[in-house]
Design a protein around this ligand. Sequence first.
Ligand SMILES: [Zn+2]
Length: 430
Amino acid sequence: MDYAVRVSHYLDPVTFELSRDVILLLSQGHVAEVIVGGEVSGGLSGLAAQTLDLGDAVCLPGFVNAHAHLDLSHLHRQVPRGLAFTDWARAIIAGRQVPAPIIDAGIDDACRMAAATGTTAIIDISVGGLSAEAIARHGLRGVVALEVLQWDAAQAEAQMRAADEVVRRKFRLETDRLGADAGGATAPAALAGVDFGYSPHAPYTTGRELYQLAYGRAYGEGRVMTTHVSETPAELDFVRTATGPIADLMRQFGAWPGFAGHGTTPIELLLGDWLAPWLGESGPRLVLVHCNYPAGNDLDLVAAIKPTICWCPRSHAYFGHEPWPLHEYFETGANLVLGTDSLASNDGLDMWGEMQAAVQAQPDAPRTELLRMATINGRAIFDAADNVADLAIWELPADTGLEQMLNLWLGKPPRLLASFSQGQLVARAI
Ligand SMILES: [Zn+2]
């Protein structure tokens, strides 16, 4: 055994039942055994190579941040609050024009913030795959979803080739598969626990051909595909009739697609048309981010297909959106998760902060469901087994039931005592 860990409370990741006086035995990245109730003769040291006796503490599944843009972390507190989405987008485009070391330092800080607050896995949107090494270096599990963005059908294959080039530079897994074509002399070191996926940006910037190339590839290779969709009322106007502030933004950047609108909602455009050839079996690896403004048949389509739907509560509040349709999405049976979005529209990357914002926006939100959204629902995207040792161990607020514990924590987030990602210790309080 690699680790023996003693905690006073352990939350079963499947049943969400709390057990007391628990010793966890971790081996090869998994929870090999859960010993419930009482002492073990000879103490912990006879059980594993390394031991952690944490006493009054609760072990929860590690947090999964299902939507981040780590390469915008250098813009933390640099973008004024209260900007309209399109003005914010202009600020972000300008804010990316900084030297690479500044962006790299921001990514490194962001990974440290995530690990220090109990996040054990992260889905990061990235054009150049810049975060891959940093996520691995901090011991976190990750999917780096390579962003592609292009209206023009003729450019769609070039976008995918650019993503392939990033894969060749960053990911050992793919260099193995591509053999000599990958250029073995420059093959990067293996990135344990970090893989890539694809992320067509949004249906207001990216055309059908590129969505289909990216999703066809992701589907064929069993990878995550994630995309922003139905984020703003402006997006709905633009996708339906090619009007409004997004049309103005497109003209400003010379990216006008020259179309009259698709005559449908963004969600229906994707689920009912562009991605339809693959849907039905897509499961949680299709991650639709925001989905703030479902309209028309959108909720029926979501209920039929049951993708993952990601809410970013603090970023949502930053932009002043209408209340997120939490209860409507519960009804659909989709896999609901939480994300932080970037530090350009959020003040932190800790998932307790997201749960606090969720409760602030929707006081009747069921606390235990929010915890599932922040933890094991995200784990499903990674296709990680139930017994994977992605764990976060927290100071015990009071010896009560889970719901009461969560209420206390949502008033004052707890102190992280230790966390494990893939069975490796990635954070530990002194
Ligand atoms: Zn985003």
